[in-house]
Design a protein around this ligand. Structure first.
Ligand code: BEZ
Length: 236
């Protein structure tokens, strides 16, 4: 335990290039992140196969895979279990588990085997204060250029909120596409934040679009952004 605690653990940061690795998965070998260039990808870890919270998460993620794909986003899971455990667990989910209206759920996205913990350590998924032999629930949002754009960590006992993960993906893409920021609890269709003045371009836009904008003070202005425009980001 102390050995792992004292080991240098790398913790990738937002804005870093996603650390590269090759791995075996339930869908064959992958070369990460280069296999995903041009797509968004969510790389997420779970503590262990055949555990209840992880099962509820996998069923939810698999049920939403199409929704993520519409936003040009692929999913890749990881745990420090072996390939045969992964295969047996995913088969059990498909054949036996009915949960919250989800049944016959097939997990079609790759699940990485990481028995050596090489990838988990590279991505800071082993957090010894929480567990030395399991990955925490980490979520990395990686953009089409292979840059880490958001990182969220959850402890072992806390199942993730997948509506929030989807909201994060849409908000990142919306910020990129429209050069805006998104306020607290933003949902598509809500007003967005016009970045504070500071560049001539933004100052000019402010002058031109004054009628549309609502300013709470000089540093805090919002403007409408129609949900249809955000729906337009979806792949046809
Ligand atoms: C679970 O997924 O249920 C779980 C896994 C590891 C520790 C605690 C809960």
């Amino acid at each position: 335990m102390d050995e792992i605690k004292n080991e240098a653990i790398s913790m990738p940061r937002i804005g870093d290039a996603a650390p590269a690795f090759k791995a075996i998965t339930t869908q064959g070998p992958i070369n990460f992140p280069s296999d995903y260039t041009g797509s968004w990808v969510i790389l997420f870890s779970h503590p262990a196969d055949f555990t209840p919270v992880c099962t509820s998460e996998f069923m939810t993620f698999a049920s939403m895979e199409k929704q993520f794909a519409e936003m040009n986003c692929k999913l890749v899971g990881l745990s420090v279990d072996g390939l045969y455990s992964h295969i047996a667990w995913l088969r059990t989910i498909k054949e036996k588990i009915e949960y919250k209206g989800m049944k016959d759920v097939e997990v079609k996205f790759p699940l990485i085997e990481d028995i050596t913990m090489e990838v988990a350590k590279k991505y800071g998924m082993i957090q010894p204060g929480e567990a030395t032999t399991k990955a925490v629930r980490a979520v990395f949002f990686i953009d089409p250029k292979g840059i880490i754009r958001t990182i969220i960590y959850y402890p072992l006992s806390l199942g993730r909120n997948f509506d929030e993960l989807y909201r994060v993906l849409v908000a990142l893409q919306t910020a990129d596409a429209f050069s805006i920021a998104t306020p607290a609890d933003w949902r598509p269709g809500d007003d967005v934040i016009v970045p504070p003045a500071g560049s001539c371009g933004i100052a000019k836009e402010r002058m031109e679009n004054k009628a549309d904008m609502k300013c709470y003070d000089w540093f805090f202005c919002t403007k409408p952004l129609a949900k249809e425009k955000i729906d337009g980001l979806k792949m046809k």
